[in-house]
Design a protein around this ligand. Structure first.
Ligand SMILES: [Zn+2]
Length: 194
């Protein structure tokens, strides 16, 4: 994994609905992140973290939450400089009108409560994002406290880390601690799995 992914996530406070940048900000309150010697806006860098590339120059990363230091991808959308807040609002309305989404989310929350699936499995099965699920489940205790990682998943985790995926992203997918991902990758645990 790339050194700067870790450095990026260290500066993000994910305890609330908005993921707040805790390091330097510009005069407008947008997070600033030093990437390869260049100052980049944190709410643009999040697209690089998640999608492997920065948004095109002509696209602005806009906040639906009106909170400049927020880097929660669920609160960000890409628009041209001509787009205005009305576009933002209509896009959000369209998103929320997708009738099956609330049903999917309810099913995903029920699966979460049952505690038989990892977060990654729930995300895949119900088509909801892990951050949306997190917003709706952070107060709900999970029934199952022990997540069993199979040998196959150990190999997948190591492969994902080798590809440069952030440990945080991997940890969310398999519903394990970030430190566990590190231990698996350094072969401090599950060293028997080749
Ligand atoms: Zn936000």
């Amino acid at each position: 994994m790339t050194e700067w992914h870790e450095r990026f996530w260290e500066k993000v406070d994910q305890s609330g609905d908005c993921w707040v940048w805790t390091a330097a900000t510009d005069k407008d309150g947008y997070g600033i992140f030093q990437l390869e010697g260049k100052a980049q806006k944190a709410h643009r860098v999040i697209f690089l973290v998640l999608n492997g590339k920065l948004p095109p120059k002509e696209k602005k990363s806009c906040h639906s939450c009106d909170n400049p230091p927020c880097v929660n991808p669920e609160h960000l959308w890409l628009g041209s400089t001509k787009d205005n807040i009305h576009d933002a609002l209509s896009k959000r309305r369209l998103f929320h009108q997708k009738g099956d989404h609330p049903k999917k989310l309810a099913a995903a929350i029920a699966a979460y409560k049952a505690g038989k699936n990892t977060i990654g499995e729930i995300v895949e099965r119900f088509g909801v994002s892990s951050s949306t699920l997190n917003v709706h489940t952070k107060e709900i205790p999970r029934r199952s406290l022990k997540v069993v990682i199979t040998d196959k998943q150990v190999r997948e985790i190591r492969a994902a880390a080798t590809r440069g995926e952030a440990h945080k992203v991997i940890a969310d997918r398999y519903d394990i601690y970030i430190s566990t991902v590190g231990k698996i990758c350094r072969r401090e645990v599950r060293s028997n799995v080749k």
